[in-house]
Design a protein around this ligand. Structure first.
Ligand code: CP
Length: 319
C-alpha cells in the first residue's frame, strides 16, 4: 500500500500488524522508559516527514511529528498551509503536493475538503497519509480508536459489542472512518447513531454502505438511528463514541443547544466494562466531570496516537 486515504485502503493483515506493533511500542515504553526511545532512534534515520496542514490540529500533527522524531527521522512542514503556503496565491492541491513530494519521504496532509486527499495522493511521488479531509475520512484516527477498543476488548472479550456514535455523525470524519472500520468485524453486533434529525437525515447512503461492508465480511450489524439521547440505548452500550458539532462545516441547532450532552448520569448508566471515547477536541458535549468516570478513556486514546502513528510511519516508510 502506498497511500493511506481511507480505511477502505486497509487490509486485515496490515491492520493487525499496526495493532501489534503499536501494542509492542506501548508496552516497551511502559517498562523501558528512556531506553525505549534510544532503541528506536535509528529506525527511520535520514527519513523526512512533511506535514502539510490546511486545517488546525493538535493531536494529528504533533503526534506524527513526535513519532518521526523519536524514530530518528526529521520533520518539516506547516500547520497553516491555507495561509502560509502558495495555496494562498492560488496554487492547486495537486501542484502543492506534487512539488513537496519531491522534498521528503512521506507526507501527512490535512485538508479543507472531502476528496482533496485523493487529489493530493494522485499527485504525490511519495506515500501520502490523509490526516483528515473535510467531512471525508480520518483513517489514522480510526486506527487509534480501534487500538483503544482492542486494549479494552481483546479477542477473548470481544463479542456482541454494541457501539453508539453520539453527536455529529455525518460531518465528523472520525465517525465516518471508524464506523466503516468497525462494520468489518464480526464481534461488533450493533451500531447506533444518535444525533439531531437534521444530521441523521443525511446518513442514509452511509448506513447503506455500512450494511454492505458488514455483508461483504460475512456478518450482520444491526444499526439504529435515534434523534434523541436515549438512556436505554446508552445503558446497553459497550462503547460510546462522542463527537463535537463540526461547526466549521455546518450549523445544526440541535447539536449546539445541549440536547446531546453526555452527562455523568448517562456515563453511570453504561455497563461497568463500558468505554467512553472521543477523538477530541471536545466542546460542551462532553463535560469535564465525565473525566472522573472509570469508563472515560479519551485521554489515553489520544496518547495511543503516538504509538499507532509510529507503527504507521514505520510500515509506510520501510515498504
Ligand atoms: N483527533 C484529532 O484529529 O485531533 P486534532 O484535530 O487535534 O488533530
Amino acid at each position: 500500500m502506498k497511500h493511506l486515504i481511507s480505511v477502505n485502503d486497509l487490509d486485515h493483515q496490515f491492520i493487525s500488524e499496526i495493532m501489534s506493533r503499536a501494542q509492542e511500542y506501548k508496552q516497551r515504553r511502559q517498562y523501558k522508559g528512556r531506553d525505549f526511545w534510544d532503541a528506536l532512534s535509528n529506525r527511520l534515520k535520514n527519513r523526512l516527514l512533511i506535514t502539510d496542514f490546511f486545517e488546525p490540529s493538535t493531536r494529528t500533527r504533533l503526534s506524527f511529528e513526535a513519532a518521526m522524531l523519536y524514530m530518528g527521522g526529521n520533520v518539516i512542514g506547516t500547520e497553516n498551509a491555507a495561509e502560509f503556503s502558495s495555496f494562498k496565491k492560488g496554487e492547486s492541491i495537486a501542484d502543492n503536493f506534487h512539488v513537496i513530494s519531491g522534498y521528503g519521504d512521506i507526507i501527512v496532509g490535512r485538508f479543507l475538503n472531502e476528496g482533496d486527499a485523493h487529489e493530493a495522493a494522485n499527485a504525490s511521488l511519495v506515500p501520502l497519509i490523509n490526516g483528515g479531509d473535510g467531512k471525508g475520512e480520518h483513517p489514522t484516527q480510526a486506527l487509534i480508536d480501534l487500538f483503544s477498543i482492542v486494549e479494552k476488548f481483546p479477542d477473548d472479550k470481544a463479542e456482541n459489542l454494541r457501539v453508539t456514535f453520539l453527536g455529529d455523525n455525518k460531518y465528523s470524519r472520525t465517525v465516518q472512518s471508524l464506523a466503516r472500520l468497525l462494520a468489518r468485524f464480526a464481534c461488533v453486533s450493533e451500531i447506533n447513531f444518535i444525533g439531531p434529525e437534521e444530521v441523521n437525515s443525511e446518513l442514509t447512503s452511509f448506513l447503506f454502505e455500512i450494511d454492505t461492508i458488514a455483508e461483504n465480511h460475512d456478518h450482520r450489524v444491526t444499526y439504529r438511528v435515534q434523534h434523541q439521547l436515549s438512556p436505554e440505548t446508552i445503558g446497553k452500550t459497550d462503547i460510546v463514541y462522542i463527537t463535537r458539532s463540526q461547526t466549521e462545516r455546518h450549523y445544526f441547532k440541535g447539536l449546539l443547544e445541549g440536547d446531546f450532552v453526555f452527562t455523568t448520569e448517562l456515563a453511570d448508566l453504561m455497563p461497568e466494562h463500558g468505554l467512553i471515547l472521543h477523538p477530541l477536541p471536545r466542546n460542551s458535549e462532553l463535560p469535564v466531570e465525565v473525566d472522573d468516570n472509570p469508563r472515560a478513556y479519551y485521554f489515553e486514546q489520544a496518547r495511543n496516537g503516538l504509538f499507532v502513528r509510529m507503527a504507521l510511519l514505520e510500515a509506510l516508510c520501510l515498504t
